[in-house]
Unconditional design. Sequence first.
Length: 119
Amino acid sequence: VQLVESGGGLVQPGGSLRLSCAASGFTFSSYTMSWYRQAPGKEREMVARITSGGGITNSVDSVKGRFTISRDNAKNTAYLQMNGLKPEDTAVYYCNARRITILSDNDYWGQGTQVTVSS
């Protein structure tokens, strides 16, 4: 099982980035995909989530209207489009895949990608 994030980097306030999470080794289309972030000295928080079929999304209030989560099940990839970036968005961003059934709770994480918003 692998989740590989990409697309992070240094961007000025107000700028945009698009994070990608390429998945392999499991049935991607059966999993809820989420993006989390962790800033220095802070706890990891959920940023946005999308259901397995892509029909339902939700996000934390601080990114509503700026970040959009999406997925392409044909490409086994999830995305996080981030617009209007602010310095407080600086964090390591992690991709998460999770599927809970009666018999199991499968929970996978990527290695993270750094996003730095600074002038």
